[in-house]
Each structure stands twice: as C-alpha cells, then as structure tokens.
Design a protein around this ligand. Structure first.
Ligand code: FES
Length: 157
C-alpha cells in the first residue's frame, strides 16, 4: 500500500456524506495532496481502487483543476500565492510577485531549494479589499508590499 492507513481512513470517512463514490474523488485528491504535497501515479491508482473508478477517471479530475501537483513537481511545505489580477495589479501585485521571485530565487510555480516554499501566481484570491493580497496555504494576507516581504518570508522559513 502506498497511501497510509490514516489517509485511507480519512478518504473512507467521506463516503457516507456523498451520493456516490465518484463524488469523493475531489476530497480524496485534496487529502492526498495536503498530506504528500503531490499526487503520484501510485496514489491515483489507490484512490481509483478505493472509489471503484479507473485511474484515468481520477487523473482526469485531478488535471481538470490544475491545482494538484504531480510527483515530479511536489509542493514545498508552504504554498504562497501572489495575486496578479486587476485590483492587486493596480496596487503593485506584479512588482510584488517579482520581489518574491528575486528573494526566493524561483520563478512562479517553482519551489525553493530547501523545499520550504512554493511560489505561485494567482488570479483574484477574493481579497481585493486588501490588495495587494497573497495567500499562505489557505490563509489570506492583505496589503502585502515589497517592504513587508522580508518579514513574511522570515515567518515562513
Ligand atoms: S484582484 Fe487580487 S484579490 Fe482580487
């Protein structure tokens, strides 16, 4: 078995809450992705087995959302999203993203060499009132400027 008992139990716990096994595909992908920082081929096979689906069905769901990482590009411990949509763009979002790239020595989509931070650009994070906004894993941070990038990165290291 590739997936741990804990991961398997957490996936199985969703079954009574959904109308079909197939409907549990997305929660299962999130559980695996959160725990392992990617969804490997082996994980896809085991999720498919648990949900009586084909691996291709699970893979299709996974790639449709363009959110999940495959095993050749796993996430770092922290996923840092920088918004570059209109409200944030008008308040320096592009420059903010460039500052993060320079400080972390990665391009968007890349992970720092120590595996701690994956930098991503995002379209609107739903936090326009706090532009320029970033998201640290699931948590919004508002009014992030080039001046407070160092403080944020120290916190994430
Ligand atoms: S445009 Fe950046 S959060 Fe909406």
């Amino acid at each position: 078995m590739y997936l741990s008992d804990d991961i398997r139990q957490r996936i199985l716990a969703y079954l009574p809450r959904y109308p079909s096994k197939q409907a549990v595909t997305l929660p299962a992908l999130h559980i695996v992705h959160d725990a392992l920082r990617c969804v490997s081929h082996e994980a896809i096979r085991e999720i498919a087995d648990m949900l009586d689906l084909s691996p291709a069905q699970v893979h299709d769901t996974m790639t449709f959302y363009q959110f999940f990482r495959e095993e050749n590009a796993p996430l770092g411990q922290t996923r840092l999203w920088v918004c570059r949509s209109l409200a944030c763009g008008l308040r320096g979002g592009e420059e903010l993203l460039e500052t993060f790239c320079q400080k972390l020595h990665v391009q968007p989509g890349g992970t720092t060499k120590d595996g701690k931070i994956t930098l991503e650009f995002a379209e609107c994070l739903g936090a326009c009132e706090g532009a320029p906004a970033v998201m640290v894993n699931d948590e919004h941070r508002h009014c992030v400027t080039a001046e407070n990038v160092d403080g944020l990165l120290r916190e994430l290291q």
